[in-house]
Design a protein around this ligand. Structure first.
Ligand code: RB5
Length: 148
């Protein structure tokens, strides 16, 4: 599985930690699209870079980070085909995969500590979509909203 990761200046350190956690998994390939330092950048541009690779199929999933995770998750969810889940706990991370088939995880670099974020990432990358009939129905309805 290929995971593309990107952040704004509010989460450069947490992105480095996330990449360390992803390196624990031999079957996960990562791509880091930046940003790489504290110089201010606009999170919608990072969301577009990461999510563009997910919707094109160049990557299987994405992880986006900003200071709170809020702006970058909102921006990610404007992109057709993206289901981004802002997660601050492990239960939400698991449910976002099992029930919502989230293809992008969002984290807040100024909100979530390294320990919890690491666990969130581990659970999110290892949890499969449940393929439950009711979940598929709801996701189809959700995705249809993109065309209304
Ligand atoms: C940048 O200062 C900050 O606004 C951004 O990282 C994020 O928290 C926005 O939602």
């Amino acid at each position: 599985m290929k995971i593309v990761v990107g952040c704004d200046h509010g989460a450069v350190e947490l992105k480095a930690e996330v990449l360390k956690v992803l390196a624990e998994f031999k079957d996960i390939e990562t791509e880091d699209v930046g940003t790489y330092n504290a110089e201010s950048v606009d999170y919608p541009e990072i969301a577009e870079k990461v999510c563009g690779k997910v919707v094109s199929g160049e990557a299987d999933r994405g992880i986006v980070l900003c200071g709170t995770g809020i702006g970058i998750s909102m921006a990610a969810n404007k992109i057709k085909g993206i289901r981004a889940a802002l997660c601050g706990d492990v239960f939400s991370a698991r449910m976002s995969r099992e029930h919502n088939d989230a293809n992008v995880l969002a984290l807040g670099g100024r909100v979530t500590g390294y320990g919890p974020a690491g666990e969130i990432v581990r659970v999110w990358v290892t949890t499969e979509f449940s393929h439950g009939e009711r979940h598929i129905r709801r996701i189809n309805k959700m995705m249809a909203l993109e065309n209304k």
